[in-house]
Design a protein around this ligand. Structure first.
Ligand SMILES: C[S@@+](CC[C@H](N)C(=O)[O-])C[C@H]1O[C@@H](n2cnc3c(N)ncnc32)[C@H](O)[C@@H]1O
Length: 249
């Protein structure tokens, strides 16, 4: 699993400034996930109040895996969704930008039999129409060009192949939305200060969420990029969601 060249230093300073350009966001995201990788599994449980595993179960259930189907888990992190796809019978590749995440995943004895690739969701090192299933857990929100990433996903899916993505979304009611973002800033800031001596570390979640079109917006982009049977399903009262769609046969 060759590493992508050089991890840059995460810029300190206003987070909104760091994320204001595609290049800035790409640089910030690379360093951020390199830094938090060793704590990622615990953090995910804490920040989701233990619900993350159940959401990933739902996502893989919705993928309706058939034995031997090739499946690509994007932004695979430490391998949670890849493991579930393999357990469901798929032949799985886990892809992530962060070599450190992949090293942790590959080191887990329970994750044997998965092929790990260090790569970018914006330029997948995967042939056209080669996958039956593509998944992403908290992946789409991190890419600097969402439409380009959806185009790549569409390219690598075979006719009849399906894409499923789990991520945060924002509730439609403005008051609830503002309160939710404020809550994420306070909790994220406290956890970041405690674990990394930097409150911005997990404030990245609300900042990236504000710049993300949410599940409804992702569904619109998916339709525009040629996916069919596009839908999205809210989780946890509409604070999280699963997006899904297919490539027509
Ligand atoms: C929040 S973690 C999610 C990990 C895992 N999917 C899960 O559900 O637990 C986000 C992951 O996205 C990866 N990532 C961010 N930008 C990426 C990109 N452009 N291409 C591939 N992976 C990317 C990060 O390295 C990180 O491992």
């Amino acid at each position: 699993m060759p590493e992508m060249p050089g991890v840059p230093q995460r810029p300190r300073g206003p987070l909104s400034e760091a994320l204001s350009t595609p290049e800035g966001k790409a640089r910030y995201v690379r360093e951020l996930f390199h830094e938090i990788a060793p704590r990622y599994d615990d953090i995910t449980v804490w920040l989701s109040y233990g619900r993350d595993a159940a959401w990933k179960d739902v996502l893989v259930h919705m993928a309706a895996v058939q034995a031997g189907e090739p499946a690509l888990d994007l932004a695979c992190g430490t391998g949670d969704i890849a493991a579930r796809l393999r357990d469901a019978g798929a032949s799985v590749t886990g892809l992530d930008l962060t070599h450190r995440m992949l090293t942790l995943a590959a080191g887990k004895p329970a994750l044997r039999g998965i092929h790990w690739v260090c790569g970018d969701m914006l330029a997948l090192p995967v042939p056209d129409a080669s996958q039956r299933i593509v998944t992403a857990g908290y992946g789409l929100r991190n890419v600097p060009d969402l439409r380009a990433s959806l185009r790549e996903i569409r390219r690598v899916l075979a006719p009849g192949g399906r894409f499923l993505s789990l991520d945060f979304t924002l509730p439609p009611q403005p008051v609830v939305r503002t309160a939710y973002l404020a809550y994420l800033r306070v909790v994220g800031g406290a956890v970041g200060q405690w674990l990394h001596d930097d409150p911005d570390t997990y404030r990245y979640i609300p900042e990236s969420l504000e710049r993300y079109p949410g599940a409804a917006g992702v569904a619109v982009l998916m339709r525009e990029e040629g996916f069919s049977r596009v839908g999205w399903w809210p989780l946890m009262g509409g604070l999280m969601a699963i997006n899904g769609g297919q490539v027509a046969r």
